[in-house]
Every structure is written in structure tokens, then in C-alpha cells.
Design a binder for this molecule. Structure first.
Ligand code: GDG
Length: 410
């Protein structure tokens, strides 16, 4: 057990086999691609599927002795979908909620996954299911009903046998005010001054994403190249800083992508760069949070163009980091959950490289008044739903309702 201020962390070890089958295997080579509409990348293996359920069973048995009678249990994300069903089997009657941070795909995609019934049935062991957007909740409901695994009395209430549960959307927020203050303070640091100096008057465009195929990084670089080629006057006037910390390097698709993005950035820089101007600065490692906040604030434009994203917190952080007097523009994929709330962003289809390039040109030329109007609209949304209200709303829903045994899972 590890204690940090008022939080106790219970830690447990996994074997190499567990990590390979459960985490790298089923979670990241089946569920992640399926939920991001990449059927082509999903690799099903019986061993990995069994590993996923086995490790969730193991987590449940480790958690069991720590659960108090009145505890609310809130489980997060796709690695842990079967955890409630495992806890129910071991006799837990507490209220249990689940929040899915990633998208829930359309039924034709989800139902292509071999163990889709087991995954859907496991979800019915929860009392409250949370999704990022209404679209995700509706996709989930369509899957459940299409498979005949439950019935629905209204938008949010579902019944499966003797049990009922609710499924709602709870768009996740950020610490809006704290992030804004962090960005304001960052403008005073020496890193910030050095960065400004190195830009030498050129406009900064920023992209920040974990290295992941769902984030649309290669399409974005194509769009930026297209923008520079069609707008030669902008060459030498802007620089794209793409910050892309490595992630999941043990999974082959990620390793290949690491090479592909570095080569692509190198090719664009070779083709368009000059002795004193580099179009793309590509940083393949993580920055400290205050530094990141300061860079967001310095940027005239953020390119947040995932092909599919549950929410995308970078979009929200970028907006919160802007100065009211001279805010930058957010160019946002309509396939990010954040697009449902940030309607004042410049919304793009990231698959449309030329359309995105045109939107870059429009955003860079946007008059101050329009930038301020859009920013105000987006800040209103971020203040109205920050991470604290997200948490309170979910836990409020989880704490109201009956405790009950789960009878359908055998
Ligand atoms: C999943 C869902 C959903 C990134 N680079 C650095 C850094 N970051 C931070 C960002 C942001 C976070 O990582 C990334 O969050 P996202 O939401 O953009 O994306 P995922 O990691 O894929 O998160 C997503 C999210 O869960 C929450 O529900 O929005 O849809 O996929 O906070 O700032 N932080 C630091 N240095 C970096 O270089 N310090």
C-alpha cells in the first residue's frame, strides 16, 4: 500500500505473461484498435483474450479484501471492463460505476470482435456506465439491443434480467482555472523566453499527442505540407512544433509509427526547409507540464486532428492556456469527443488533407475579434464543465440508487 496525501494506492505485480497477453495483447491490440475504428489492426488470439479475463479476475481478488461495505467503486477504462462482473461473482454488492475514456464504436465495428458478447455482458454488471459523448452511449445501446442482451426503458435506463443500470454521457473536463494560471505563469520562465527567441518572430503552430495511430499525426503533417506548398508566402513565417512522447513502444504498430513520423517530418523539412528555417520541429519525448502550458499559450494555432478520440484533453488545455487579449485558434477534428462541446473551434475532417490545409490558412488569417469570440464561447464550456464537476456528476449518479446483487453473470 502506498499513501500520497489522502489517497491510498494498492499496488500489485503482474507477470511478463500477464503484461503481454492482457495489456499489450487484448487491451492494446484488440480493444484499442476496435474502439478507434481500426478493424484492420485488431489481432485476435485466444491466449490474449483469456489473459484479459484472467487478469481482471486476479485484480478482483486483490481488491476484494480492501472493499468496505459502503464504498462506492469507480472503475476506469477499457483495460478493466470485466472487473465489476468478477467482483459480483466474488460476492460484492456495492454500487459500481465504469467510465470509458475512449470511444465506443458503431455496432458493425464492435460486433466484429470475437468476444463481443462477453464484453457487453460484463458491462451490465455495473450500476452506472459513463461514456464521453452521446454518440458513444448510443453506439453501446445499439450493440446491447442488437445482441438481445437487454432492454431499454428510456435514453439512459436499461434492464438485463432482474438488474437495471444507467448509461449516460459524462464528457471529461480539465482543471480549467488551474491550467489557465499555469500557462500564465509559464510565460515568465526562461524556457519560454528562449523559445520566443528561437522563433525569431515566426508564428508557432503546435501539435501535442501521444504517439498513436488514432491521433492522425501523419495526415496532419501532410496537411501542413499541403498548406505550405499552396501558400508559399507563409513559408519561413510559421513553424509547426509537434510534441509526441513515445507510447506503447512494445506494440509493433507503435514502433513502426515512430519511424514513419520521424521520416515524414524529415522529408518535409528536407523538401521545404532553408538554411535558417525548419518547417517542422519534431520532439519525440515528454515535456514538463508547465513548459507545455507555456508553449500552448505562445502558439497562434493548435492542430488537434485525431482520426478518432474519446475526448482529447489537449484541445481543452490549449483553450484554457490562451490569453484573453490575443487568443490562438483551435483547429479540431470533428471526430474528437471534444468537438461536441467546443463548437467554436475550427472543425475539420482530418481525413481531408486539402480541407485541413485550407482550414490552417483560414485560422492563421482569422481577425482578432473572431478569435476572441470563439475563445470566449469555448472557455464558457470549459468553465461550465471542468474535471471537478465531471467527477461530482458521475459520483452523484453512482451514489444514488439501490445496492443489488448481480444475478446474470455465471
Ligand atoms: C485518453 C483518451 C481522453 C501529452 N504530451 C505531454 C503531456 N501530454 C498530456 C496532455 C494531456 C494528456 O497527456 C493526453 O490526453 P488526451 O486526452 O489528449 O489523450 P489520451 O492520452 O489518448 O487519453 C482521450 C483521455 O483519455 C481522458 O479521458 O480525452 O480521448 O484517448 O493531458 O497534456 N503532458 C506532459 N508532457 C508531454 O509531453 N507533461
Amino acid at each position: 500500500m502506498l499513501r500520497d496525501s489522502n489517497i491510498d494506492y494498492a499496488l500489485t505485480d503482474l507477470t511478463d505473461r500477464d503484461v503481454e497477453e492482457y495489456y499489450q495483447g487484448f487491451a492494446n491490440r484488440v480493444l484499442w484498435p476496435i474502439c478507434h475504428y481500426r478493424l484492420d489492426l485488431a489481432e485476435y488470439g485466444r491466449r490474449e483474450m483469456a489473459g484479459y479475463f484472467r487478469v481482471n479476475h486476479f485484480f478482483a481478488s486483490r481488491l476484494l479484501p480492501l472493499i468496505g461495505e459502503d464504498d462506492l467503486i469507480w472503475i476506469h477504462d477499457y483495460h478493466l471492463i470485466p472487473l465489476a462482473a468478477e467482483l459480483r461473482r466474488q460476492g460484492v454488492k456495492n454500487r459500481i460505476g465504469f467510465f470509458l475514456h475512449i470511444p465506443w464504436p458503431a455496432p458493425d465495428v464492435f460486433l466484429a470482435m470475437p468476444v463481443n458478447d462477453e464484453i457487453l455482458t460484463s458491462l451490465t454488471a455495473y450500476d452506472v456506465l459513463g461514456f464521453q459523448t452521446e454518440n458513444d452511449r448510443e453506439n453501446f445501446a445499439d450493440c446491447l439491443l442488437r445482441q438481445g442482451l437487454g432492454s431499454r426503458s428510456d435514453n439512459t435506463h436499461f434492464t438485463v434480467g432482474a438488474r437495471s443500470f444507467t448509461a449516460r454521457h459524462y464528457p471529461i473536463g480539465i482543471e480549467t482555472e488551474e491550467f489557465a494560471k499555469l500557462a500564465q505563469r509559464a510565460a515568465e520562465t526562461s524556457l519560454h523566453k528562449r523559445m520566443l527567441q528561437s522563433l525569431d518572430g515566426k508564428g508557432l503552430i503546435i501539435g501535442v499527442d501521444r504517439l498513436d495511430y488514432s491521433k492522425g499525426i501523419t495526415q496532419r503533417i501532410d496537411a501542413f505540407e499541403n498548406f505550405l506548398t499552396r501558400n508559399p508566402d507563409s513559408q519561413r513565417k510559421v513553424t509547426l512544433l509537434q510534441i509526441t512522447p513515445k507510447s506503447r513502444s512494445e506494440v509493433p504498430e507503435y514502433e513502426a509509427m515512430q519511424r514513419a513520423v520521424a521520416e515524414q517530418a524529415g522529408r518535409v523539412n528536407g523538401a521545404l526547409g532553408t538554411v535558417d528555417w525548419v518547417p517542422i520541429r519534431y520532439v519525440n519525448r515528454s515535456l514538463r507540464r508547465p513548459a507545455l502550458a507555456g508553449l500552448y499559450r505562445m502558439a497562434k494555432l493548435a492542430l488537434v486532428t485525431p482520426l478518432r478520440d474519446g475526448m482529447n484533453l489537449v484541445a481543452k488545455e490549449f483553450v484554457a492556456a490562451q490569453s484573453e487579449a490575443d487568443p490562438g485558434v483551435l483547429l479540431l477534428s470533428r471526430f474528437a469527443g471534444a468537438a461536441q462541446e467546443l463548437k467554436d473551434a475550427v472543425l475539420v475532417n482530418p481525413y481531408d488533407v486539402e480541407g485541413t490545409a485550407e482550414a490552417v490558412a483560414r485560422s492563421l488569417a482569422m481577425p482578432l475579434e473572431e478569435r476572441r469570440d470563439r475563445w470566449k464561447g469555448m472557455m464558457k464550456a470549459l468553465r461550465g464543465n471542468d474535471v471537478f464537476s465531471w467527477c461530482d456528476t458521475f459520483l452523484g449518479d453512482l451514489s444514488t440508487g439501490e445496492q443489488g446483487a448481480f444475478e446474470n453473470i455465471v
